[in-house]
Design a binder for this molecule. Structure first.
Ligand code: FES
Length: 100
């Protein structure tokens, strides 16, 4: 298990997102309604960055063609088997860590 520093809590207000490329994958931390979600950020359709997408009521919508994902589970809505990987987040001393 590895702990990767994603940023400072002060850099991620509600509605914000931090993206990093880790082992050739985009991984993002979203602050949605004050809760942090760690999730793979390469869209399963054509690999667009999901950090440019919109999050509303727990659903992350890709800005390219509108594929929709449950931000808590990574499930792609209406496309069984398509799933983004989700990651545990830990906050320690105002720092945000992703657990891989
Ligand atoms: S690249 Fe995300 S919906 Fe097409």
């Amino acid at each position: 298990m590895s702990k990767i520093l994603m940023g400072q809590l002060t850099d991620l207000p509600p509605g914000g997102v931090i993206e990093k490329r880790i082992m050739a994958r985009r991984i993002a931390v979203f602050n949605h309604g004050g809760k942090l979600y760690g999730i793979e950020a390469d869209c399963k359709h054509m690999k667009a960055s999901l950090t440019t997408g919109n999050v509303e009521n727990g659903i992350l919508t890709c800005s390219w063609h509108g594929w929709r994902y449950d931000i808590a589970t990574g499930d792609c809505l209406g496309r069984p088997g398509m799933k983004l990987r989700c990651y545990e987040i830990q906050v320690e001393q105002e720092k945000i860590y992703l657990i891989i």
